[in-house]
Design a protein around this ligand. Sequence first.
Ligand code: 6GU
Length: 240
Amino acid sequence: MRIDVVTIFPQYLDALRISLIGRATGAGLIDLHVHDLREWTNDRHRTVDDTPYGGGPGMVMSPEPWGAALDDVRARADAAPLLVIPTPSGTRFTQSTAAAWSGVPRLVFACGRYEGIDSRVAQHYSNAPDWQGVAEVSIGDYVLAGGEAAVLVIVEALGRLIPGVLGNQESAADDSFAPGAMADLVEGPVFTKPVNWRGLEVPEVLLSGHHGQIATWRAAEAERRTVQMRPDLLPDPPEA
Ligand code: 6GU
């Protein structure tokens, strides 16, 4: 998979060069390219924003540098990309979005700052030939200062679902929210050695070697933990 990220803070994305995603990039499973939006400005101050039409606080990112950057980045590989624009006003990015995008050959991320990117950028690329469309997504109901932290989240979530990125030791099959039996449940508690730590014992069943009983216990714990921590995930959620 090829991933391009356009941002005014390229160093913010350095975190993608370490840990699991860094290893996947080193192994050739992810081809990561980070670009500085200001390289597509022409003025002495490398301006990327302007005041909002209609008035109001803050600044809006101008469409011109974005159009120039995205056209250029598009041309650097053959595959038509999906353009992802992280924004608190987007549709929710979920585990199923991550699973779907883990199979997309090419993603381009446009990181907005300030009050966001002029809306015509999303409009233009959603109808542009040589693009697979535009996804405006939010990672949750809070406001970040820019899209960069959201891109770290999104790339880590989808990257670990690319075949070969996780070893067998770290299978994604029984993650919280994984499709199948555990869909819409969070994972239950986990334990390792020692069997007694500060007077707290590991549940007996986990020491029993009874795989059937262990699976039943884990399913019940996932259910219990979901009720306790995430009642909104249950079929009939109580009013928030
Ligand atoms: Cl994707 N971007 C920004 N700036 N804030 C957010 C967000 C994204 N998701 C939640 N808050």
